[in-house]
Design a binder for this molecule. Structure first.
Ligand SMILES: Nc1ncnc2c1ncn2[C@@H]1O[C@H](COP(=O)(O)OP(=O)(O)OP(=O)(O)O)[C@@H](O)[C@H]1O
Ligand SMILES: [Mg+2]
Length: 329
């Protein structure tokens, strides 16, 4: 893999505008729909990480699955390298797009096949995507294992997934993803199932791939603290909506949306203990429908008034790279 010395970080690789995804609530054609993703827009730039942060059910994985074409979108526009995604795929094919946009999952064991060696897992994408002549594959596999810190490489290559630790398995999943020189990695909670002691190592490995090789990351997480550590940009999602987004420092150090403030107040701090003031109502998390109106956080928000239950707030710009959707800004 080439090291990119002069990565142009202004180049937008993936652009998502007003993305919407509805799912039927039942099996029949006439079922009501639920809206899992509503009006989501962002740009992912070359060599940059965008963290998507939010609690369970906020639509994070659905967004990633639309980008990898596991799900169709209901509405909205996706551009890849400056072209509408459908045009790009028509020109270069599904396989080429799949090569460029790789996914890493939460459970590194589930994503590896127990009957195959580590060598097989990494050689396979190289063969499928015709990345090298057959004779060159072993050395490429060893190079990739070295890159992700799995040494001694030959010994590791001969092992089966169950012979590795969780952190090592996630390194294999990363080696497999970068084997095909992707432009983008969509990492869906890549460290949440790992032992706390190995999480930082995986984040640092991804940071290296981003900074040295210009790979762009969409980093999906529940944990706003790791978002701040790893990603230049952060978007906070609540019930399918992006409620606050921008530069990670701005979003995490000066959160404006009551939901972002809640997420940050829940981050444990060394030396502080006891019950924290969560400043939130005990309202239910709403199930959003295409016909729903208002701010999705209104039922739990201390500031909510009549307007908040009637219309979705437009984005308010707080700083050059900082936006939030709240009627009380
Ligand atoms: N295939 C599907 N069919 C119907 N509903 C779905 C489907 N996939 C997701 N949903 C619904 O869409 C909503 C968003 O789900 P999603 O998996 O994107 O959330 P998430 O933010 O990734 O949550 P988690 O943090 O738990 O992984 C949820 O209410 C979920 O039940
Ligand atoms: Mg998910």
């Amino acid at each position: 893999m080439n090291t990119l010395k002069n990565v142009d970080k202004s180049e937008v690789i993936l652009s998502v505008k007003n993305l919407v995804k509805d799912f039927p609530l039942g099996q029949s054609v006439k079922s009501n729909m639920m809206r899992a993703v509503n009006d989501v827009s962002f740009d992912l730039r070359k060599g940059e990480a965008l963290a998507i942060v939010g609690e369970s059910g906020s639509g994070k994985s659905t967004g990633a699955r639309i980008l990898t074409r596991i799900y169709d979108k209901t509405a909205g526009d996706i551009e890849f390298k400056g072209e509408p995604l459908s045009d790009y795929i028509e020109k270069y094919g599904e396989l080429e797009y799949a090569r460029q946009v790789q996914m890493i999952f939460q459970d590194p064991f589930g994503s590896l096949n127990p009957v195959h060696t580590i060598y097989h897992h990494i050689a396979r994408p190289l063969l499928i995507h015709k990345r090298a002549e057959k004779e060159a594959i072993p050395n490429l596999v060893y190079e990739l294992l070295e890159m992700v810190g799995l040494t001694p490489v030959k010994e590791t290559a001969e092992k089966y997934p169950h012979e590795l630790s969780g952190g090592q398995r996630q390194r294999v999943a990363i080696a497999r993803a970068i084997a095909v020189s992707p432009e983008v990695i969509l990492a869906d909670e890549p460290i949440s199932m790992l032992d706390v002691s190995v999480r930082l190592g995986i984040l640092n490995l991804m940071a290296d791939l981003k900074d040295k090789h210009g790979i762009s990351f969409m980093y999906i997480t529940h944990d706003i603290a790791t978002a701040r550590y790893f990603a230049e940009k952060t978007a906070v999602m609540y019930v399918g909506h992006m409620v606050e987004w921008g530069n990670s420092d701005n979003v995490t150090q000066n959160p404006q949306h009551p939901y972002s403030q809640l997420l940050l107040s829940a981050v444990p701090e060394v030396g502080k203990s006891g019950k924290r003031d969560m400043n939130v109502k005990k309202g239910d998390i709403p199930s959003w429908k295409p016909s729903s109106v208002g701010c999705p956080f209104a039922s739990r928000c201390m500031k909510a008034d009549k307007l908040c239950t009637q219309s979705i707030p437009e984005p308010t710009q707080i700083a050059e790279e900082h936006f939030a959707r709240c009627h009380h800004l």
